[in-house]
Design a protein around this ligand. Structure first.
Ligand code: AMP
Length: 392
């Protein structure tokens, strides 16, 4: 059965097609700058990768070209061979704790939740409607970044602000990256050979979050009402003293919209270093003796250690820790900095094993009291699996 996992951004469409239940990737690709000038797409096959510049006025045209490419590359002969399309949705609020069929009710709720994730949820609805028009026979499902975190208890999801903000406006922690944390936890459980586990999963890429997962259930996560909470990220500040906001808004006459932009796009590693939002550039800056890059890396790592320590206490211990996403999978140095900072937990890094990128691997020694693993994340396969289970 052929299933498409798609992720629609406001000007992009990322896709991966699977043969299910074998979970074989048949083709993948990315449409970029949809609705803008210089739009293009890239297709990736087993032994081939090519890009084309082409006018992409909207997501519907992108889906039409996608279908043409599937036929041209002999992935499908007829449209009705595509049995399912699973969409990634950033914000599911407290409506969704699992993947559901993208019926009218679900789409209405996703649109309503656009107040919490304006760019993402609007784009997702555009994508759902475009896919329905172009591939009407496929079962469309929606998989939410927030769903896995719906098991978090009020003690961890409420903020100490006026309670009416919660009852009137649903102000609470929703988290994000849930599909990724769920995947990483399932891999850790497979590696540990049991499911009654206490896990800490670190999804650290340009966006970054840590989750505490007990017996497969999410107990807590570092992102909040929006993704700009918890860890320091590429351009997001994460946790800060909220009084800084009002103080600076007055000092420099900054509007709420501008402030939101500064905290989401000009802060984090970029804000501290003044060099870049990319860990690779920060590491290069450190090599060159750039003091602000040194500070940025120290702060970045410290925040991750703080959250791991907090979740260690929340769960009463930890059986395994995982590093995932762009930084977690690729930054040899950041993993070492984190593991060395956790020596109080009896964590002993295996420096040789840790010299790896993008592969599933144990990176602590046999003496380590807590094993740490690199787990490359795979949100698309989770979306495809959920869609397959509803479509089969
Ligand atoms: P993601 O959002 O998961 O795609 O992660 C993207 C981020 O991963 C980049 O902005 C970099 O900070 C980081 N990254 C990717 N490759 C490396 C690498 N080889 N070393 C350090 N950081 C990396």
């Amino acid at each position: 059965m052929k299933i498409l996992a798609v992720n629609c951004g406001s000007s992009s469409l990322k896709f991966k097609m699977y043969e299910m239940p074998e979970e074989k990737v048949l083709i993948s690709g990315l449409f970029e700058r949809i609705g803008e000038k210089m739009s293009s797409y890239t297709i990736k096959l087993d032994n081939d990768k090519y890009s084309k510049e082409i006018e992409l006025p909207d997501h519907k045209v992108a889906f039409e070209i996608l279908v043409d490419e599937l036929k041209k590359n002999k992935i499908i002969k007829k449209l009705d061979e595509i049995k399912g399309i699973g969409h990634r949705i950033v914000q599911g609020g407290d409506y969704f704790d699992k993947t559901v069929i993208a019926d009218d009710d679900a789409v209405t709720k996703i649109s309503e939740l656009a107040t919490l994730a304006p760019l993402h949820n609007k784009a997702a609805v555009t994508g759902i409607n475009a896919a329905k028009e172009v591939i009407p026979g496929a079962l469309e499902t929606v998989t939410f970044d927030t769903a896995f975190h719906q098991t978090i208890e009020p003690v961890n999801y409420m903020y100490a602000v006026p309670y009416e903000w919660y009852t009137k406006y649903k102000v609470r922690k929703y988290g994000a990256h849930g599909t990724s944390h769920k995947y990483i936890a399932s891999r850790l459980n497979a590696l540990l050979g049991r499911t009654n586990t206490k896990l800490i999963t670190c999804h650290i890429g340009s966006g970054a979050s840590v989750s505490a997962i007990k017996d497969g259930i999410c107990m807590d996560t570092s992102m909040g009402l929006t993704p700009n909470a918890g860890l320091i990220m590429g351009t997001r500040c994460g946790d800060v003293d909220t009084s800084i906001l009002t103080y600076m808004m007055q000092k420099e006459d900054i509007s709420p919209k501008e402030m939101d932009n500064i905290l989401n796009k000009k802060s984090g590693l970029l804000g501290i270093s003044g060099v870049s939002n990319d860990s690779r550039d920060i590491e290069e800056g450190i090599q060159k003796g750039n003091e602000r890059c040194v500070l940025a890396q120290k702060m970045y790592v410290q925040k991750i250690i703080d959250y791991i320590a907090m979740y260690y206490f929340e769960m009463g211990g930890v059986d395994a820790i995982a590093f995932s996403a762009g930084v977690g999978e690729n930054s040899i140095r950041t993993r070492i900095d984190i593991m060395e900072g956790l020596s109080v937990l009896g964590i002993v890094p295996d420096y040789e094993a840790n010299n790896c990128r993008g592969e599933e691997k144990l990176v602590t020694t046999t003496e380590s009291k807590v094993p740490c693993y690199v787990i490359p994340t795979d949100e698309e396969i989770m979306i495809a699996r959920d869609n397959y289970n509803l479509a089969k």
